[in-house]
Design a protein around this ligand. Structure first.
Ligand code: UD2
Length: 314
């Protein structure tokens, strides 16, 4: 029986894909994760329904046999974070470029059915126009953005040259339950959630008027499943966003309103490599994948905050 393979399946997004696959009745799911940023606890209640392998995608010899023959490979393993890639570019280069190459090579040589790749909206950089459309020229501003873009190009080349089915989904600032708030490189909303529950000020880099198209993790998991089965999409790049645009000041204001507290943010210097504004054009996902996000920002934030309240110690 052919299987689903999720690289980075113990991570925040990968584990959401694993859960969604199980809901759909998937029988055989193999998870590859080196547990650098992923955690086995993210898979706690589904652990016995999957085959978890602590393997690094940079180790081709170990990863390739697991990828061989997969019906679909959901390639989520990565070292994320723009500032992390600036502070320490070598590991993210290794994993995001060479690791992705390994996954594509193993999928191609091993006859896998399709690779769905976690690309990033950071590839756009600062565009003159919003929302950002897939036909715009990429303009990466950080090592991370460039690495993720190289992965997209590799997907496209593996599709056209080797006939491997690939789809690249450009995620737009994914947030939700299980996003790890503990590192300075963690996604901003996870850090905001922790700060509000601890009743302390978050740090906002810049004036807080930069905006993001925050996308709820369950919508991204659903998008992945649609991309796994859609027809005539091989080699394509498709935005995985919500279609809206929220400033950091608005996001922090919403959390204060929900909690009924007033805690001013602390403002610091803007971050190197940051994109100013980000918003997805979602028409391609609707047209090619039949996907439209379900979670409004307000709903996603409330669900996420409840999860952090129950699961993250202040
Ligand atoms: C980028 C990508 C996103 C995803 C992510 C993975 C863009 C627009 N988005 O997210 O799609 O690939 O990388 O890491 O490129 N900030 C604060 N305080 C904090 C932390 C962050 O103000 O404590 C600011 C930060 O300066 C930025 C915004 O919040 O302006 C979002 O930062 P982030 O690290 O959550 O995500 P971002 O946009 O780099």
């Amino acid at each position: 029986m052919s299987h689903y393979l999720v690289t980075g399946g113990a991570g925040f997004i990968g584990s959401a894909i694993v859960r969604r696959l199980l809901q759909e009745g998937a029988r055989k799911i193999v998870v590859i994760d080196n547990l650098l940023t992923g955690r086995e606890s993210n898979l706690e209640e589904v652990r016995r329904s999957i085959d978890f392998q602590r393997v690094d995608i940079c180790n081709y010899e170990e990863a390739a046999p697991l990828i061989r023959g997969a019906a679909v490979v959901f390639h989520q393993a990565a070292i994320p974070s723009v500032p992390r890639s600036i502070d320490d570019p070598v590991p993210s280069h290794e994993v995001n470029i060479n690791g992705t190459f390994n996954v594509l090579r193993a999928a191609s040589e091993g006859g896998a059915g399709r690779v769905v790749y976690a690309a990033s909206s950071s590839a756009y950089g600062d565009t003159a126009v919003l929302p950002k459309v897939e036909t715009m020229n990429p303009s990466p501003k950080s090592p991370y953005a460039l690495q993720k873009l190289v992965g997209e190009y590799y997907c496209n080349v593996f599709s056209s040259v080797y006939g491997l089915e690939t789809v690249a989904l450009r995620y737009f600032n994914v947030y939700g339950p299980r996003q790890d708030p503990s590192s300075p490189y963690s996604g901003v909303l996870s850090q905001f959630m922790k700060a509000i529950l601890e009743r302390r000020s978050p740090t906002i880099f810049g004036d807080g008027e930069q905006s993001r198209d925050f996308t709820y993790v369950d919508d991204v998991a659903e998008l992945n499943l649609k991309a796994a089965s859609a027809k005539n999409v091989s080699g394509k790049v498709i935005n995985g966003g919500n279609g809206g645009r929220i400033t950091l000041n608005q996001a922090w204001a919403l959390l204060q309103r929900i909690e009924g507290v007033e805690i001013p943010a602390v403002y610091g210097p803007p971050r190197a490599g940051d994109v100013r504004d980000s918003q997805a054009e979602t028409a391609t996902a609707v047209r090619d994948l039949g996907h439209a996000p379900k979670f409004s920002f307000d709903e996603g934030m409330r669900l996420t905050l409840e999860w952090y309240r129950r699961n993250v110690r202040g």
